[in-house]
Design a protein around this ligand. Structure first.
Ligand SMILES: *Cc1c(COP(=O)(O)O)cnc(C)c1O
Length: 389
């Protein structure tokens, strides 16, 4: 059985069968595991033996999920978390010391931005932000204390694309760790390790689950770094639950077909909106009009499922548009089977000042559409009627 092809690996990578010869991986709802004898226990705790001890450290269901993502991203090892934010926080907390410095893209997930600006300074960890339209300034921000270069691509919610190959080259030149949040792309579309990333983070809550059910997070990458993150996490306790890991591992079996369809629907919607009289701009990575179209083509297999539009008339029209939506959901999630429409300025990024919002590419009329798997004609119909109402 070839596990080299993405789809095959996603489906056929599976835990060893139990004595019951089940076809599908069972759920291992157990907090701990038993030992043969005192020597087995000693060797396990001293890590001479690789085995499950306690589900805060590892669990078979969690391992299956981790192994799949490791394979999909071309990584060496990984660790799974209860949420995407637990993955982001634990990665930085495990690898950084007081006095260290982060260079990050300004356009990042709202809670990650809050972590960098509000909490990390408490531990004397500072962050400098670069504008994603001016990557030349990155090198000017690097100091002797800089340890991590951090970015998301496509960005949330502006769907801008950052040249990962360029980031990889900068990280190498200055001996920094390149950490990429690959949540918007999924490993089916983009594998940052190929471009030099040391670690790749995902909120598994989004397209990995893909059905709006469970929260989860994961970091994969170089094994020495994962070891540090694992030791930190095993002691601090952000572990993914076996049940959620079981759901997520099942979800990955259909990731390729789901993402293909998400992207097909998103491209069709973006093409429709491009000529709409009530919209001033449409941003979608695989539209020729996208400012970083060429880079998107270089590093992504497909354009993703997020379409960003600027509704003519700013904040008021943006809100009116949302209020006129009939079928699509008004929700904070993304990457669900159901199309979701959000207004970042008043919701996900409302904790940022207006200045910070604009710097992160969030204009008052920006609407983010997470295109789902309904029939594309119905998605277009609903959005069109809301724009025209
Ligand atoms: C949602 C999201 C996160 C946080 O993930 P949770 O699972 O909600 O904690 C981090 N990064 C990006 C890009 C996200 O979209």
């Amino acid at each position: 059985m070839s596990e080299k092809n993405f789809e095959t690996g996603a489906i056929r990578k599976q835990l060893e069968r139990s004595q019951y010869q089940e076809h599908t991986t069972p759920l291992y709802v157990t907090s701990s595991f038993i030992f043969e004898d005192a020597e087995d226990m000693r060797a396990s705790f001293s890590e001479e033996k690789q085995r499950n001890i306690y589900s805060r450290f590892s669990n078979p269901n969690t391992s299956e999920f981790v192994d799949k993502v490791v394979q999909m991203e071309g990584a060496e090892d990984g660790y799974a978390f209860a949420t995407g934010m637990a993955a982001v926080f634990s990665t930085f907390a495990a690898l950084l010391n007081s006095g260290d410095h982060i260079v990050s893209a300004r356009s990042i997930f709202g809670s990650t931005h809050t972590l960098f600006t509000k909490y990390f300074p408490k531990w004397n960890i500072e962050t400098s932000y670069f504008d994603i339209h001016n990557l030349a300034e990155i090198e000017n921000l690097i100091k002797p204390s800089t340890k991590i270069l951090y970015a998301e691509s496509p960005t949330n919610p502006g769907v801008d694309i950052i040249d990962l190959e360029l980031l990889g080259a900068i990280a190498k030149k200055y001996n920094l760790l390149l950490v990429i949040d690959n949540c918007f792309a999924t490993p089916y579309i983009q594998q940052p390790i190929k471009f030099g990333a040391d670690l790749v983070i995902h909120s598994a809550t989004k397209l990995m689950d893909g059905q709006g059910r469970v929260l989860g997070g994961i970091v994969v990458g170089k094994s020495d770094l994962i070891k540090e993150i694992y030791l930190f996490s095993r002691n601090t306790g952000p572990a993914l639950s076996p049940f959620n890991a079981w759901i997520l591992s099942k979800s990955l079996e259909t990731l390729a077909v789901r993402v293909e369809k998400h992207c097909e629907n998103a491209l069709k919607l973006a093409e429709f909106l491009e000529n709409h009289s009530k919209i001033s701009t449409v941003k979608y990575p695989f539209l020729k009009s996208h400012p970083q179209f060429k880079i998107a083509q270089k590093q992504m297999k497909l354009g993703g499922n997020i379409v960003a539009v600027e509704v003519k008339g700013g904040l008021e029209k943006g809100k009116q548009f949302l209020n006129s939506i009939k079928m699509c959901s008004l929700s904070a999630n993304l990457g669900d089977t159901r199309t979701i429409v959000t207004h970042p300025a008043s919701t996900t990024h409302s904790k940022l000042s207006e200045e910070e919002q604009l710097a992160a590419g969030i204009t008052p009329g920006l609407v983010r559409i997470s295109v789902g798997l309904e029939h594309v004609n119905d998605i277009i119909k609903d959005i069109n009627q809301a724009l025209n109402s």
